[in-house]
Design a protein around this ligand. Structure first.
Ligand code: FES
Ligand code: FE2
Length: 404
């Protein structure tokens, strides 16, 4: 802990982190508690569990959580840990069951987590004391966020700022058309740092940069004549359609903005053509660019006129990170007619692979005895936000531990 404290104290704002932050398993173990078990973490989309009894599982810090659709239409969120001897109850990423039955000794829970069956227990055993433990859940237009902490941080400011941007795309009225998980050979913070800047885009992402502008702000000082003409034209159109677009004041915790696509692209596809002919929600106009949204610790999203992309980062170890990406289209879109999965997924599949290589190289390079924190470029301002937020969370956790 003293080593971590000293590293946090000498952290240089506006610079990448010291090597041990990326390589120490002991630091990752603290991060799981200090960050992933304190913050709201995106765990999935309500459209993944449309029917009563449908569930998905997700990893939050050291925990597996279960999100279960109830008969009432509400969603329950539980720690996936049996109250008998702690086994995981739901083993897969998704499933369907009217009751949650532990595979070990068949303790059985109802949709509210009440223990309804526990065989061979003594007469004085009280099932009421052995209900599944629930966790805090927020549903924002179908986007599900879970917080493990008993004192979750505020969610309402995020909802107030961001929901107007994403609500028109109706995430809750979608379906996952394709899903992919890759294991990156890099620390989770390097995966996020890589995602938070597009300084590297021109050199690495030929597929993505056909549609996506590298500019992260409407008034980016690097903007060319094309963008400075395009941006106000699209802003006027969004305004007329009632679609908010200005960057939200999310501080260093979240970000949301609507930006146009370049090259007359309608969608983030290889040639800019629509990925799905069935537009999202009640949208009528395909040419809307996209809303980009990020929330710490590790979730980024794109909301286009035709598809939504959810990406989530889950640390596996100090040097391995799981990246889960989901491509969602309108729930009524028909595969083979409205959309083709290969066309839909191609750009972000390629982008994820390219980013994975960049992050792995970054990870290996930061192990060098010659590595020292390097300065961020102006366009890497979101990395300054991220590392400042990270440093703050870690310091707060240590203070809390010291007071114990
Ligand atoms: S651990 Fe779940 S029933 Fe025994
Ligand atoms: Fe990238």
């Amino acid at each position: 802990m003293d080593h971590l404290k000293a590293m946090l104290k000498r952290r240089k704002v506006g610079h990448s982190l010291e090597g041990d932050f990326y390589h120490s398993q002991a630091i990752l173990d603290i991060e799981l508690k200090a960050i992933f078990e304190k913050e709201w973490v995106f765990v999935g989309n309500s459209s993944e569990i449309p029917n009563p009894g449908d569930y998905i599982t997700a990893t939050v810090g050291r925990n597996s959580v279960i999100l279960l659709k109830k008969k009432s239409g509400e969603i329950s969120a539980f720690l996936n840990s049996c109250r008998h001897r702690g086994s995981l109850i739901c083993l897969g990423k998704k499933g369907h069951s009217n009751q949650l039955v532990c595979p070990y000794h068949q303790w059985t829970y109802d949709e509210d987590g009440a223990l309804v069956h526990a065989g061979e227990m003594p007469a004085d055993f009280d099932p009421e004391n052995h209900f599944l433990k629930s966790v805090s859940l927020q549903n924002m237009s179908g986007m599900l966020y879970v917080c493990i902490s008993k004192n979750p941080p505020d969610f309402e400011e995020f909802r107030k700022q961001v929901e107007p941007y994403i609500a028109p795309h109706q995430p809750f009225r979608c379906k996952v058309a394709y899903e992919e998980s890759i294991v990156e050979e890099a620390n989770w913070k390097l995966v996020i740092e890589n995602n938070r800047e597009c300084y590297h885009c021109a050199g690495s992402h030929p597929e993505l940069t056909f549609s996506l502008t590298a500019f992260a702000m409407p008034d980016d000082p690097r903007a060319d004549g094309f963008f400075t003409e395009l941006m106000p034209r699209m802003a006027k159109k969004w305004q007329e359609l009632g679609l908010p677009h200005k960057p939200v004041p999310g501080g260093d915790k979240f970000r949301c903005i609507r930006l146009p696509f370049i090259n007359d692209a309608l969608s983030m596809t290889i040639d800019g053509s629509l990925a799905s002919r069935k537009l999202l929600g009640d949208l009528k106009d395909a040419n809307l660019g996209s809303a980009r949204m990020f929330h710490v610790p590790g979730n980024w999203n794109h909301f286009g006129s035709d598809y939504i992309l959810h990406a989530s980062v889950t640390p596996i170890s100090a040097d391995k990170t799981l990246l889960t990406t989901k491509w969602l289209v309108h729930e009524d879109a028909v595969e083979g007619w409205d959309y083709d999965v290969k066309h839909l997924a191609r750009v972000w599949q390629a982008t994820n692979e390219q980013d994975s290589t960049l992050a792995a190289n970054n990870h290996l390079g930061t192990r060098s005895v010659g590595y020292e924190p390097g300065p961020y470029a102006e366009s890497e301002f979101m990395l300054t936000d991220f590392t400042n937020w990270y440093g703050g969370m870690m310091e707060k956790y240590i203070e809390g531990e010291d007071e114990k």
